[in-house]
Design a protein around this ligand. Sequence first.
Ligand code: HEM
Length: 103
Amino acid sequence: MQVLPRHRGRRRHCHREGGKTGPNLFGIVGRKAYSEEGFKYGAGLVELGETGLVWDEALIAAYVADPTAFVKEKTGDDAAKSNMTFKLAKGGEDVAAYLASVK
Ligand code: HEM
């Protein structure tokens, strides 16, 4: 499956080994939310982690479409939000499938 270049740029900018903006996404599929050692998550992702959510392709595709709406829905907390302001209008399934292919 070919990764769409325009997605890779922005995501790679934020999410890479030791990324400053977002947690490392290598191995994210099958990983618990809010589990990247040393990354300073926002309160919303901490709450999401406390729900025990484990990322799979469908959840990543839903999250990246609107991270804050996803966090509100999964935590049931209307005040919760994600520090990830980036939203992917379309192609989330492709990106999630790519992330599932890279461990
Ligand atoms: C298609 C591209 C992207 C995907 C698939 C993606 C996916 C994710 C996922 C799954 C998480 C939660 C990780 C965890 O629980 O450990 C996350 C968090 C985060 N991402 Fe992204 N991301 C993308 C693009 C971006 C971009 C472009 C930025 C920067 C502008 C960004 C900034 C962040 C931040 C700051 C967090 C932590 C959120 C918090 O602590 O509230 N992401 N991302």
